[in-house]
Design a protein around this ligand. Structure first.
Ligand code: NDP
Length: 479
C-alpha cells in the first residue's frame, strides 16, 4: 500500500521536502510502511513561520465573508472526496473505515462550514460614553501554531484551522509523528479552495519540532491537542513569549449510571464511550460508575454485547474494532491492563490481546485508588465501579485531576441536571455520550485544558479585542 505524499511539508503553498530525520509512516494494521517522510529542520520551522507572518496581513485584510467563502469551498471539496480521504485516514490511524467514513473528515467539514458561515457575524461592540464613545475591533492574533494528537488527526487539523483562519490568522500545523498524512491533504484542499499561499502550512516532526514551533518568535498562539504532560511543557514554553494557548488535553471521565437508567441505552453509551476508535478518544467515559441496583444487569448485558464485536482489518467495512495506533501505545495499554490485574481488579471480558489488537476490555471489582481508575489509559479499557447514592458518586467522580467530560444516565429529570451541575467537567452529557457537534463548545477544566474549541466560543481563543476610544470634545489639561 502506498500513501506517499508529493513531499513531507507544505509551506508557502507548495510541497517541500523536509531536511530533518526520517519519519516512516506505518499502517497500524499490518506494520507496513505506507509513506516515508522527513522531519522539518529547525531552520525550516522558522522559515515556515516567517512565510506565514508575511502571508497573514493580506489574508486578514479580506472581508470576513470572503474568508468564509474559502472555508465553505474547502468543506465542499472534503465532502466530494470523503471516500478517498477516509481511506487515507484509516491507513494513517488504523481506525475502521466504517468510523472514518462518518466521523473524521465529516467532522472537519462541519467545522469549516460552521466557521465559514460565522464569518460575516464577527463584529465588535459600540460603547456609548456620553458625549464620547468607544468601539471594539476583534482582531486576529497573527500566526497560530497548531499541534495535533494521533487519534483524530484530520478532525483536529480542521477544528484548529477553521476558527483560526476565519479570524484572519495564519497557521503552521504540526501533526503527530504517528499520523502525518491528513494535514497535508487539508493544506492542499485549502489552497484549491482559494486560500492564499502561506496562510496554512504543515511541518512534520516529533516533539522537538513542536517545541521549536512553540517558541518561535513569529508565533502568537499555540493550540495543542495532546496529553497532560505535553500540555504542561507547551504551556510553560508558550508563557515565555506571553503567547496565547488553547490546551485540549487528556481525561479520565466518569459515566454515571443510576438504577432508573434505560439499561440498553446506558450500555450502548458505555460501549461507545470506551471502545469507539479502539478507545483512543480523550473524552471517553472510562470510569463507569454503576449504582448497586443496575450493576449486575448492566454488566451481563455489556458482556453479552461485547461478545459480538467484529475485530479485524480496518479496511473491511464490517470491522467495528481496529488495531491500536502503534506498538508503543499497545505496550502502554497492556502494561495498564497488567497493573489492574495485579492490583486485584477482575477482567469481565477482553484482555491484553495480541499484536496490534487489544479487544474491548472491562474491569470489575476495581477501586478508586487503582492506577486503572486514576490514570488515562487511552485504549479500549473500561473500569467499572459500584456506588450507592448521588452525593457519594458525584464526590468520587470529581476526585480526579482531570476534568474533560462526564456523563449521567437517569430518567429523573431533576437529578440529571443537578448531577450535571455538580460534575467538574468541560462537557456533560445527559442520557447520551461523546457527541461533540460543532455548535457546542468543547474543552476541559482542571488539568484537562484551557480554552474551548468549536462554537462561537472558539473565536475568543483565536482573536484579541482592541478598544478604540473616540473623543468627541476638546481635551483639557490641569497645567
Ligand atoms: P502527546 O502529548 O504525546 O503529543 C501531542 C502532540 O504534541 C504531538 O504532535 C507531539 O508530537 C507533540 N509534542 C510532544 N512533545 C512536545 C513538546 N515538547 N512541544 C511541542 N509539541 C510536542 O499526545 P498523543 O499524540 O499521544 O495523543 C494522546 C493524548 O492526546 C491523550 O492524552 C489524549 O487524551 C489527548 N487528546 C486530547 C483531546 C482533546 O480534545 N482534549 C483529543 C484527542 C487527544 P509527536 O507525537 O510527534 O511526538
Amino acid at each position: 500500500m502506498n500513501a506517499q505524499p508529493a513531499a513531507s511539508l507544505f509551506v508557502g503553498g507548495r510541497f517541500v521536502e523536509g531536511e530533518g530525520a526520517a519519519l516512516p509512516v506505518l499502517y497500524p494494521y499490518s506494520g507496513e510502511e505506507i509513506a516515508s517522510l522527513r522531519e522539518a529542520s529547525t531552520d525550516q520551522v522558522s522559515a515556515t513561520c516567517r512565510i506565514a507572518v508575511e502571508a497573514q496581513p493580506a489574508w486578514a485584510a479580506l472581508a470576513p465573508v470572503e474568508r468564509g467563502r474559502v472555508l465553505l469551498r474547502a468543506a465542499a471539496i472534503i465532502r466530494e472526496r470523503n471516500a478517498e480521504l477516509s481511506r487515507l485516514e484509516t491507513l494513517d490511524t488504523g481506525k475502521p473505515i466504517q468510523e472514518t467514513l462518518v466521523a473524521d473528515w465529516e467532522s472537519g467539514a462541519q467545522a469549516l462550514e460552521y466557521f465559514g458561515g460565522l464569518a460575516a457575524t464577527l463584529t465588535g461592540q459600540m460603547i456609548p460614553l456620553g458625549q464620547d464613545w468607544a468601539y471594539t475591533r476583534r482582531e486576529p492574533l497573527g500566526v497560530c501554531a497548531g499541534i495535533g494528537a494521533w487519534n483524530y488527526p484530520s478532525q483536529i487539523a480542521c477544528w484548529k484551522a477553521a476558527p483560526a483562519l476565519v479570524m484572519g490568522n495564519a497557521m503552521v500545523f504540526k501533526p503527530s509523528e504517528e499520523t502525518p498524512l491528513g494535514a497535508l491533504k487539508l493544506a492542499e484542499i485549502l489552497l484549491e479552495a482559494g486560500l492564499p499561499a502561506g496562510v496554512f502550512n504543515v511541518v512534520q516532526g516529533r516533539g522537538q519540532v513542536g517545541a521549536a514551533l512553540t517558541t518561535d518568535p513569529n508565533i502568537a498562539k499555540v493550540s495543542l491537542t495532546g496529553s497532560v504532560p505535553t500540555g504542561r511543557r507547551v504551556y510553560a514554553a508558550a508563557a515565555e513569549g506571553m503567547r496565547h494557548v488553547t490546551m485540549e488535553l487528556g481525561g479520565k471521565s466518569p459515566l454515571i449510571v443510576f438504577d432508573d437508567a434505560n439499561l440498553e441505552h446506558a450500555v450502548s453509551a458505555a460501549v461507545l464511550a470506551n471502545f469507539y476508535s479502539s478507545g483512543q478518544i480523550c473524552s471517553n467515559g472510562t470510569r463507569v460508575f454503576l449504582q448497586e441496583g443496575i450493576r449486575e444487569p448492566f454488566l451481563d448485558r455489556l458482556a453479552e454485547r461485547l461478545r459480538h464485536v467484529k475485530i479485524g482489518d480496518p479496511l473491511d467495512p464490517d470491522t467495528q474494532h481496529g488495531p491500536i495506533v502503534s506498538a508503543a501505545q499497545a505496550g502502554k495499554i497492556r502494561a495498564m491492563i497488567a497493573d489492574g490485574q495485579a492490583a486485584g481488579a477482575q477482567i469481565l471480558c477482553g484482555g491484553p490481546g495480541e499484536g496490534a489488537f487489544i479487544p474491548p476490555t472491562v474491569f470489575v471489582d476495581a477501586t478508586d485508588d487503582m492506577t486503572i481508575t486514576r490514570d488515562e489509559i487511552f485504549g479500549p479499557v473500561m473500569t467499572t465501579l459500584a456506588f450507592y447514592d448521588e452525593e457519594e458518586v458525584v464526590r468520587r467522580a470529581n476526585a480526579t485531576g482531570f476534568g474533560l467530560a462526564a456523563g449521567v444516565f437517569t430518567q429523573d429529570l431533576t437529578r440529571a441536571h443537578r448531577v450535571a451541575a455538580g460534575l467538574e467537567a468541560g462537557t456533560c452529557w445527559i442520557n447520551t455520550y461523546n457527541l461533540t457537534p460543532v455548535e457546542m463548545p468543547f474543552g476541559g477544566v482542571k488539568m484537562s485544558g484551557i480554552g474551548r474549541e468549536n462554537s462561537a466560543a472558539a473565536i475568543e481563543h483565536y482573536s484579541q479585542v482592541k478598544s478604540v476610544y473616540v473623543g468627541m470634545g476638546g481635551v483639557e489639561a490641569p497645567y
